[in-house]
Design a binder for this molecule. Structure first.
Ligand SMILES: Nc1ncnc2c1ncn2[C@@H]1O[C@H](COP(=O)(O)OP(=O)(O)OP(=O)(O)O)[C@@H](O)[C@H]1O
Length: 252
């Protein structure tokens, strides 16, 4: 069974068909790339997959579970987590607390237990601290756990965003332009991080990226989007050498 199965989804904004009849199958453990020119509809697809937008038609399922029409919270609890094109950390919170925000989905205590500091509050907080530190260690961020998130260098903020997404214990991780704004060294390190996340967490990853070096370096399969529609999809090396892709995307 596929991890993600998307069948003919679409959405229009006014007269503009931002995404039209989009289908995609991603197998468990795959590292999958979604590429295409600016405005092709890539982020809109992430917004459809995570329930930020509701599709006008079509169906989405994750690991055999129907997600069509579900809310962002339900979809996150079902196992899809994401990062954003522009980093969206809680800038004034500590590095540790940013990860703990992700953990709250799965380690709840009631408001009453929290306000009155009942035993369950301390138990859950202890578990969350331990799990958050474990995740930070994986990303080599444990020594900076007390730093304000905004004080981390850019590359580490990206890592922290990935750690926070993983804290929700997803089956599918969506990364929206993870290499945006990174220098070549940071990008190379990010490629290692993404490979590590897939292997260490047994994760399935779908990423949007303009950096073709990253895409060809780590993605096994790619879908190319153009004007909201699939131009082609398949093995990365074949797709990136496809004349239509070179014409539409690379502008040659
Ligand atoms: N909420 C919205 N309302 C109106 N139009 C929208 C909305 N969201 C996206 N669009 C439009 O849908 C189209 C696709 O946008 P989208 O951001 O998905 O493209 P993209 O492929 O992610 O581009 P980029 O690579 O520049 O991030 C664009 O024309 C955009 O203006």
């Amino acid at each position: 069974m596929a991890m993600l199965e998307v069948k003919n989804i679409g959405i229009s904004f006014g007269g503009l068909k931002a995404v039209d009849n989009f289908s995609l199958t991603i197998e468990k453990g795959q590292l999958y790339g979604l590429i295409g020119p600016n405005g092709a509809g890539k982020t809109t697809i992430f917004n459809l997959l995570t329930g930020v937008y509701k599709a006008d038609h079509g169906a989405i399922s994750l690991d055999g579970k129907e997600l069509t029409g579900k809310s962002t919270i339900e979809i996150n609890q079902a196992g899809i987590a994401r990062t954003f094109q522009n980093i969206r950390l809680f800038k004034d919170l500590s590095v540790l607390d940013n990860v703990k925000v992700g953990l709250h989905n799965h380690h709840p205590y009631s408001t009453i237990e929290g306000i009155f500091r009942l035993p369950r509050y301390y138990k859950v907080e202890k578990e969350m601290n331990a799990r958050a530190m474990e995740l930070l260690k994986v990303f080599d961020l444990d020594k900076e756990c007390d730093y304000k998130a905004s004080n981390l260098p850019y590359g580490k903020q990206r890592k922290l965003e990935i750690a926070r997404a993983l804290a929700t214990d997803p089956k599918l991780l969506l990364l929206d332009e993870p290499a945006a704004g990174m220098n070549p060294n940071e990008t190379a390190e990010l490629m290692d991080t993404i490979r590590f996340v897939r292997d260490h967490f047994d994760m399935t990853v779908l990423l949007i990226e303009h950096d073709m070096k990253l895409v060809s370096g780590i993605c096994e399969k790619v879908t190319v989007l153009n004007f909201g529609q699939v131009l082609t999809q398949g093995e990365t090396s074949e797709v990136l050498n496809d004349k239509r892709v070179i014409t539409a995307y690379l502008g040659e």
